[in-house]
Design a protein around this ligand. Sequence first.
Ligand code: SAM
Length: 161
Amino acid sequence: MSRVKQKYKQDGFYGIGLIHSVKGLNIGTLWRSAYILGASFIFTIGNRYSRQPGDVTRTWTRIPLFHHDTFEDFYSHLPHDTRLIGVEMGDTAVALDRFDHPSRAVYLLGNEQLGLSPGVMEKCHRLVKLPGAFSLNVAVAGSLVMYDRVSKISHAFPGRL
Ligand SMILES: C[S@@+](CC[C@H](N)C(=O)[O-])C[C@H]1O[C@@H](n2cnc3c(N)ncnc32)[C@H](O)[C@@H]1O
């Protein structure tokens, strides 16, 4: 059997998705950022994807879009040895500027009204938060987390993205 010889500057990948998102424009905007900022896959939990106005890049044609009916199904299909990062405000969340992104990470954002449930947050390996006393729009929050990951990793590994 031949060996894979290709060497990458940095191992790792990330995916990003939403649970029970109700606003198509948010989903589309997040997907567009995900594709442009180098996500390897996107996902929905609960509400299925339908054509989204903000997704002018048609991200689902470029990287895989997974759907899970329930959080339990999503959780049981996490990629091997990959950290689940809940993006949510809260005392136990680490501020984004001090957060070291794991090499293999899946970022999960919450519903526009309710955020992530306590049960879901408990299952996350880490929680990360953005600054501010009020919550941001969910697509903005996700895009900032991706930008933070990309900028920290490309600083450590120039030319990665
Ligand atoms: C509009 S917020 C939900 C707000 C909800 N009313 C609450 O107070 O929990 C929707 C999602 O955006 C993300 N989000 C918004 N602002 C955030 C922040 N400052 N830090 C981390 N996540 C944030 C989270 O994923 C959150 O579940």
